[in-house]
Design a protein around this ligand. Sequence first.
Ligand code: COA
Length: 108
Amino acid sequence: MATGSGDSAAVKIVWNERQKRFETEDKKAYLQYELRNGGKLMDIVHTFVPSSKRGLGLASHLAVAAFNHAQSNSLSVIPTCSYISETFVPRNPSWKPVLYSEDLKSSI
Ligand code: COA
């Protein structure tokens, strides 16, 4: 079973502001987001890792980069992507305070 922790120092994630992505340098793995509510909300709509690189924690590195960015810029995250809502946040509950609240979400 791979945890991905052994690779963490080697993984470089780049913020592609124009395309609203966090991605690997080769652009093959990425996390796609949309900005909502005048730029105050980061809606993470999709995460993709090529099948040959799955299960190594790469999506987790992408998510950490996105959540760090959101926190540093006072953005709240909408976890539309199931990887974020069902896997990343439950496994990393310390990021829960950065999530947008469900109650407010329905009024967007
Ligand atoms: N939704 C939620 N969780 C998922 C998932 C999905 N569609 N696909 C895989 N996972 C979970 C698995 O439970 C896995 O856990 P395990 O390692 O204990 O088996 C965990 O993700 C792996 O985490 P990590 O190594 O950080 O992810 P990854 O680098 O393998 O990438 C995806 C995960 C989802 C980005 C990758 O499988 C992928 O690109 N899938 C196709 C696109 C997709 O379904 N994206 C998510 C919906 S937007």
